[in-house]
Write a protein that binds this ligand. Sequence first.
Ligand code: IPM
Ligand code: MN
Length: 368
Amino acid sequence: MTSCKVAILEGDGIGPEIMREALKVLAVIDGRNDVSFDLIEAPFGAGAYFDHGHPFPEQTQAICDSADAILKGPVGLAHEEALKIPVDMQPERGAVLPLRARYNTYANLRPVSLPKALAHFSPLKPEIIGDGLDIVLIRELVGGLYFGNKIVGVDDNNLRYVEESLRYDEAQIRQVLKVAFDLAVQRKNVLHNIHKSNVLKSSVLWNEVLEEVRQDYPGVDVVNMLVDAAATHLCLNPCQFDVMVMENMFGDILSDQCGGLLGSLGLMPSACMGDGKAYYEPSHGSAPDIAGQNIANPYSMIGSVAMMLEYSFDMVDEANNVWAAMQGVFSDGFATRDLAPSGSSAKIINTQAFGDKVVGKLQSLGSK
Ligand code: IPM
Ligand code: MN
């Protein structure tokens, strides 16, 4: 029996309730495989700041250091509540970015997946959505504006100003591009490189490095596309994309747009991969407006479990079972509230019922 230590950071807002469902799913996998998941919960986020004085407390850092993988819920508070926390201690800045930096999780994989049977969840017209969506967006996660030098001050004209720098070195660019090319090879040998080299020098360097890296991948077709144009193409013809790669900020914005294409950000799990450790999280926020109501969609949290099974524990079959179980619940006509526009015929179920149904499907989908 292999023991796998997983740090559980449930986070804020809807975090605890969607994590609860994800852990029910993980328990099924644990129960029928030769692995035992040793789950260690640790405080992280705004709650951790109020209880322990820091959104990423030292004890949580130690637990994450010793874990084989980290499963993390969303963090953050409503705007007015967040103002009660000093700017640098707010959980996005004080916890999420330090977590990414600590484990150098430079490649963020965000699958944008909507099988044909679920295409009605998308706000796009059927003729645009075609056979459904199957895109993987790869976002550089530890560089660019998010991590650049920041200066805040008052200038000679007595005007408050801020300066934030967008910095990448070629090694940072190369490492994420290799992940993207490797994935393109495993999929359809097409890579969309999203950039803004008509304005940003960082994109000029990015594209130069891409030309070097692609020498090792002669079979991959590269399509270079400006980020603003990509935003339009995602709406007008999303099916042209398979693997997309881009720098940090572009990826933050376009991945939320992709959530819109799917019909809900609740359908966006993600994997944050470094050379050593990886952590897994929904791409969305903590939705404080619906927290505690048992109506949030746990798909992105459960999907993050599936990604953890695949990438950290090499349990590809069980990962596929988790995806199939979730699709099965949708195919039976059920949906969480976020996915059911008024007038739709979906049978609305709550967070817990979605989790229970996924567990039921998973149990009937063979063990190893
Ligand atoms: C995301 C989130 C984060 C980001 C926040 C929580 C720091 O929006 O993962 O997309 O901006 O990267
Ligand atoms: Mn985001």
